[in-house]
Ligand binder design. Structure first.
Ligand SMILES: [Fe+2]
Length: 196
């Protein structure tokens, strides 16, 4: 496993930047995203994936917010922008969360920390930021919105797939499909219409 201290001796660039600007209550934007991607050498295909997940998560968060949900749109969008910042590392969600916490983004850190293991989703009436981030991540394949079925089919074809893993993925597919259907009812709009 790569260690942060070896690869990234100047990890405080972003926090210094924020301190100088006196911006302690800001959200993660493309500016912080670029600094973090540079600092952690995030592969370009992962950067593009993060951008697409942020696009989808932002659209969904805004749509839910317009329909009376109390979703912090900027929080979800910012967390999505950097959710895989250290994807090549072991336990990348936990490590990414630690990085964000250390530079002063505790809420985004918590979302990133949970994004690989989160589940089951909340009920449609109780959706939170973590649901939006994970729904976006699970309907994007690489740098395109593809929907839950294509994304899950892609996972099922991965090497080292066991029967147990297949069963878990298929269960997740069913519950996610149902939730998407319920959200589409609330928004009166399909995911295809929203994200394509
Ligand atoms: Fe992702």
């Amino acid at each position: 496993m790569w260690t942060e201290s070896v690869r990234h001796p100047c990890f405080c660039v972003v926090s210094l930047f924020r301190k100088e600007a006196g911006e302690f209550d800001m959200y993660i934007t493309e500016r912080e995203q670029h600094l973090l991607f540079d600092e952690y050498n995030t592969p370009i295909h992962v950067q593009r994936h993060c951008n697409e997940v942020a696009r989808v998560a932002g659209i969904l968060a805004e749509a839910l917010d317009r329909h009376g949900y109390h979703i912090d749109v900027k929080l979800v969008y910012g967390a999505a922008l950097v959710h895989d910042v250290v994807r090549p590392w072991d336990q990348h969600a936990i490590e990414g969360g630690k990085i964000l916490a250390r530079i002063g983004f505790p809420k985004e850190a918590e979302l990133v920390r949970r994004h690989m293991t989160y589940g089951p989703f909340h009920r449609v009436e109780d959706l939170e930021e973590i649901d939006v981030l994970c729904l976006a991540d699970r309907t994007v394949k690489e740098n395109h919105y593809v929907g839950i079925d294509i994304r899950m089919d892609y996972l099922l074809k991965k090497p080292n797939m066991t029967e147990q893993k297949k069963e878990r993925i298929n269960q997740a597919r069913e519950s996610t499909r149902l939730l998407i259907h319920q959200i589409e009812g609330v928004l009166d709009c399909t995911f295809e219409q929203l994200f394509s």
